[in-house]
Design a binder for this molecule. Structure first.
Ligand code: LLP
Length: 463
C-alpha cells in the first residue's frame, strides 16, 4: 500500500498499465473468506448473507450505502487476540479504527482494554461503561481539558508524547492529588508498512520522543523525578498494515536497550512495554495476514530474547490492534447507479457512496476488493473502477477490480474489509449523509450508528 497522498486532480489519464491489477479470480461468484467476515456466505439464490440475513433484506431495511458489521466475528477476533496474548499481556483495541458505544460494550464483555486518542473517544468509552482503568489515553497534542478529564476519570495510563506533556500531565495529576500511571511513547527510528520496513531515519515525524541523542532517556529521567507520575513503561508504534515482523523486532530491541539503560542509570526495571498496533489484514486475495497466535508468539519471543540478552526481567507486553480486529468484520453495501464503459480503458461503475464513506483509496492509494452480492452471474469478467457520487475525479472506492459484464443499475455490490478507518474517517463532503453501521448477528440486524439525516446537517448549520 502506498502511503503517498496525491493531489485531488483529474485522474482520467491515470490508467494503469496492464498487469498492475491482478488477473480476475477464476470464479467471480466465490467470496474469498480471507477478505470477507466470517459469517458471510451465499444463500441458495446466490445472494450474499451475513449473520444469516440476505443483503437484499438488509438494503431494503437499512438502505444503501451502509456498513454491515458481523458482530460474532468481531467478538471472535477479540477473543482470539486476548487468548493469543494470554493473562500476562494486555490487548488494547485501538478505538480510532472504529468506535461506538456498542463496540465499547462488546470489548468490555470480551475482556479487552481500549486505546482512545481524543476527548470524544474517551467520552464514548466512559459513557458506554468501559472501566477507566482499562483505558489508555494517547495523542500527540492532548489539550489540558482532555488530560484533566482523563485524570479525573482515572484512566489506566496516559501515554506521554512530548517533554511539555510530561510536565502538563504531572501538574494536572498533582492538582488532583493523583499519582497518574503513564508510559512514554518513543520514536524508535523504524517505519513499517505492509511488507516493508525501514529501520533508520524515521525520527522525522510528530509522534513520540526520539530514542536518538538520549532524548527518550532524558524523558524517562524527568518522569521518574516527578512524584505525581508513576512511569510504568515505554510505548512504541511503528506503522500500519504491517505483515513483516522484522520491524517489530528492531523496535523491541531498541526499546529493550532503553529499559536496560534505565535500569543502569536509575536502578529501576520498568515493568511494561507496549508495542502499539499496525498489524495488517487482507484487503484483497493477494494479502496474507498472520493469525493473532502467530503474532503473539513472535512478539513475545522477540521481547523475551532481547530481555534475556540484556539481563532484564521480561516486562508485561501490551499491543493495540485496531484494524486487525474490526477491519475484516464489516463490508460496505452500495447500489450501482450508472455504468460507463470507456472503450479500451475500463468500465466506471458509480455507486451511491464514495470518498465520503471510504477516503482510504483516495488518501493512501489503498487497495480494495468488490463483489456483486445481490445475485450470482456467469457473465465474463470486466475490468472496473468503482467510483462514488462526489464532485471529484479522485473519488474512487476500488481502483481496479473485476465484476461480471452483465452488471446493471440496481445491482448491489459490496466492498469487504471496510470495518477499520472507513466510518471513523467518513466525512460530509458534498453534504453527503454519513452511512449507518448495522450490526448483524444470528439472524438479527440492528443499527449501532444511525444514518445521518439532512436534519442533522441543518442542525449544525445555525444559519
Ligand atoms: N496504537 C497507536 C499508538 C496508533 O497510532 C495506532 C494507529 C494504532 C495503535 C492502531 O493501528 P492499527 O492496528 O489499527 O493499524 N487511517 C490510517 C491508519 C492510521 C493509524 C494511526 N494509528 C488508515 O486508514 O490506514
Amino acid at each position: 500500500m502506498s502511503r503517498s497522498a496525491h493531489p485531488a486532480g483529474p485522474r482520467h489519464a491515470d490508467v494503469l498499465t496492464e498487469g498492475h491489477y491482478s488477473a480476475p479470480a477464476a470464479d467471480l461468484n466465490v467470496l474469498d473468506e480471507k477478505v470477507w467476515s466470517r459469517t458471510v456466505t451465499r444463500d441458495a439464490d446466490g445472494a450474499l448473507t451475513v449473520g444469516g440475513i440476505a443483503v437484499a433484506r438488509l438494503a431494503e431495511e437499512f438502505g444503501t450505502p451502509a456498513y454491515f458489521l458481523d458482530e460474532s466475528d468481531f467478538r471472535a477476533r477479540c477473543r482470539a487476540w486476548s487468548e493469543a496474548f494470554g493473562p500476562d499481556a494486555d490487548v488494547f483495541y485501538a478505538g480510532k479504527a472504529f468506535l461506538s458505544r456498542a463496540i465499547v460494550r462488546w470489548l468490555k464483555e470480551e475482556g479487552l482494554n481500549l486505546d482512545v486518542c481524543s476527548g470524544g473517544e474517551l467520552t464514548t468509552a466512559l459513557d458506554a461503561g468501559m472501566p477507566a482503568e482499562r483505558i489508555a489515553f494517547h495523542g500527540n497534542n492532548k489539550t489540558a481539558a482532555e488530560i484533566e478529564r482523563a485524570v479525573e476519570a482515572g484512566v489506566g495510563r496516559i501515554v506521554l508524547d512530548s517533554f511539555q506533556e510530561i510536565v502538563r500531565v504531572a501538574h494536572i495529576a498533582r492538582s488532583h492529588g493523583v499519582r497518574q500511571r503513564v508510559q512514554i511513547r518513543v520514536t524508535v527510528g523504524v517505519e513499517a508498512h505492509t511488507h516493508e520496513f525501514i529501520a533508520t531515519a524515521h525520527e522525522d515525524q510528530k509522534f513520540g520522543i526520539a530514542l536518538a541523542d538520549g532524548q527518550a532517556a532524558e524523558a524517562v529521567r524527568r518522569a521518574l523525578g516527578l512524584d505525581s507520575l508513576e512511569l510504568i513503561g515505554i510505548h512504541s508504534h511503528i506503522g500500519s498494515q504491517i505483515f513483516d515482523m522484522a520491524g517489530f523486532e528492531v523496535s523491541a530491541r531498541r526499546v529493550v536497550q532503553l529499559l536496560a539503560e534505565v535500569r543502569d542509570e536509575h536502578g529501576v526495571e520498568l515493568p511494561e512495554i507496549d508495542l502499539g498496533g499496525g498489524l495488517g489484514i487482507a484487503y484483497t486475495s493477494d494479502d496474507d495476514p498472520r493469525e493473532p497466535h502467530e503474532i503473539a508468539k513472535a512478539l513475545s519471543d522477540i521481547v523475551t530474547r532481547e530481555c534475556e540478552s540484556a539481563g532484564l526481567r521480561t516486562p508485561r507486553i501490551s499491543v493495540e490492534p485496531g484494524r486487525a480486529i474490526v477491519g475484516p468484520t464489516a463490508f460496505t453495501l452500495y447500489e450501482v447507479g450508472t455504468i460507463k464503459p470507456l472503450e479500451g480503458l475500463r468500465t466506471y461503475v458509480s455507486v451511491d457512496g464514495g470518498m465520503s464513506d471510504n477516503i482510504r483509496t483516495a488518501l493512501y492509494d489503498a487497495e480494495y476488493s468488490v463483489a456483486l452480492v445481490s445475485r450470482t452471474s456467469e457473465a465474463e469478467p470486466m475490468l472496473v473502477r468503482v467510483v462514488g457520487k462526489h464532485c471529484e475525479s479522485g473519488d474512487i472506492v476500488v481502483k481496479d477490480a473485476f465484476l461480471p459484464a452483465d452488471l446493471a443499475p440496481g445491482d448491489l455490490i459490496a466492498v469487504p474489509a471496510t470495518g477499520a478507518y472507513c466510518r471513523s474517517m467518513a466525512s460530509n463532503y458534498n453534504h453527503a449523509l454519513r452511512p449507518p453501521v448495522v450490526a448483524v448477528r444470528d439472524g438479527e440486524a440492528r443499527v449501532i450508528v444511525r444514518r445521518e439525516t439532512e436534519e442533522d446537517l441543518l442542525r449544525l448549520d445555525v444559519g
